[in-house]
Design a protein around this ligand. Structure first.
Ligand SMILES: NC(=O)c1ccc[n+]([C@@H]2O[C@H](COP(=O)([O-])OP(=O)(O)OC[C@H]3O[C@@H](n4cnc5c(N)ncnc54)[C@H](OP(=O)(O)O)[C@@H]3O)[C@@H](O)[C@H]2O)c1
Length: 370
């Protein structure tokens, strides 16, 4: 499917491509990114393929990601065409707690920096980057609403928060007439499926499109790790960051190697790259609005841009579903057929998204009986 087919994000009227371009790799400051020439090639290739949805954050590469993205957009005079997502939360001044977090003071500081680096006077989608565990969601929603009313921001969203926090934020918006949340940004891939237990139904029920990050698990599912080729450990971000305590980089486990092995076999049958199959699987899961693809080289991006050009037959999809199925924990184990049968008198009732996802998970984990 070409990138120049657009979909509205969540319940908003914002039209976005199903594959977004992640720009966390724009800049070499973190030791695993792309230099300016390569980053420009990535941006141009994405736009030339019809893509309009780009993701950055004030945190990324110390501001270089935002600055280069703004520059590349300006070079081609594409500001009106592009949908720019950026985010606040992370601290910009060691020792000053109000130069980070999700309080009003930091949001209003951060937005000015992002606008300046991006070289624009508005942000299309402004997101809280990560829950800071202490700021009341009332303050976040009211401040984000102020930004929309001021014209600096068009749409808003949350990334990496608990589901209850997002649900309360959206309910406040609805009841108080604030700008609603249009998107949730969350990690999701064949090796990280925990969002299925709560966030997929949350997004579907409350009108927030899920933007997936790390669909290749930081490169683990990209094809550079092939269990069939013993000794192939792959070079790239995961190798560079081995030993890091960042949970996003801890991907080497027995469970994950099994998934990589099955992905390799399925990709061989389909005659597609492992990266394409992994991204395709992710993009076609319930509740997923857009998948943010990342790359350090043009060849990687060209590979990934073909990820929606084919369908994974149901039998092969099932093999991927099964090898990667997460364990179902309490209270989700109570939403399967056994307990629900006791509630509904033994008849099947309703077909809400929550039931669809959870029943799939619960039945095959053995937690349900029917
Ligand atoms: N909200 C959040 O908390 C959050 C967190 C993380 C990311 N994000 C966003 O999501 C975007 C994507 O995340 P991600 O970069 O982690 O995505 P990813 O798809 O999991 O990993 C991308 C990395 O995998 C490798 N790769 C990608 N395609 C490949 C291919 N075809 N063949 C071989 N290697 C390939 C490259 O790294 P190497 O060349 O180094 O191996 C590339 O940088 C980011 O740019 C950012 O915008 C958001």
């Amino acid at each position: 499917m070409a990138l120049n087919t657009y979909y509205t994000l969540g319940k908003s009227g914002l039209r976005v491509s199903r594959l977004a371009l992640g720009t966390m790799t724009f800049g070499t400051e973190w030791g695993w990114g792309a230099d300016e020439t390569s980053a420009r090639q990535l941006f141009n290739a994405y736009v030339d393929a019809g893509g309009n949805f780009v993701d950055t954050a004030d945190l990324y590469t110390g501001g270089t990601s935002e600055a280069w993205l703004g520059q590349f957009i300006a070079e081609r005079n594409l500001r009106d065409r592009m949908v720019i997502t950026t985010k606040f939360t992370y601290n910009a001044e060691p020792g000053n707690p109000n130069a980070g977090g999700n309080g009003r003071k930091n949001i209003l500081r951060a937005v000015e920096g992002s606008l300046q680096r991006l070289g624009t006077d508005y942000i299309d989608l402004y997101m809280l980057h990560t829950w800071d565990t202490i700021t009341p969601v009332e303050e976040v929603m009211r401040t984000m609403d102020d930004l929309v009313r001021s014209g600096k921001v068009r749409h808003i969203g949350l990334s990496d928060t608990p589901a209850w926090y997002a649900a309360r934020g959206q309910t406040l918006a609805e009841w108080r007439g604030y700008e609603p949340l249009s998107a949730l940004q969350l990690e999701y891939s064949l090796v990280e499926r925990n969002i299925e237990q709560e966030f997929v139904s949350l997004g579907t029920e409350l009108g927030m499109g899920i933007m997936v990050w790390s669909p290749l698990a930081s490169g683990l599912l990209s094809g550079k790790y092939k269990p069939s080729e013993s000794g192939s450990t792959g070079a790239g971000r995961l190798a560079t960051m081995q030993g890091s305590s960042n949970p996003g980089f801890q991907k080497f486990s027995d469970r994950n190697w099994k998934i990589v092995g099955e992905l390799e076999r399925v990709a061989q049958i389909l005659d597609r790259s492992m990266a394409q199959v992994a991204i395709n699987w992710t993009a076609n899961r319930p509740g997923i609005a857009s998948v943010i693809i990342g790359a350090t080289k043009l060849s990687q991006l060209e590979d990934n841009l073909k990820a929606l050009d084919f369908e994974i037959p149901s039998e092969l999809k099932q093999r991927l579903d099964e090898v990667s199925r997460p364990a179902v924990q309490f209270p989700y184990s109570f939403f399967g057929d056994e307990i629900q049968g006791m509630i509904h008198g033994g008849v099947t009732v309703g077909a809400k998204p929550v039931g669809y996802i959870l029943n799939q998970l619960i039945q095959s984990s053995g937690a349900g009986v029917s």
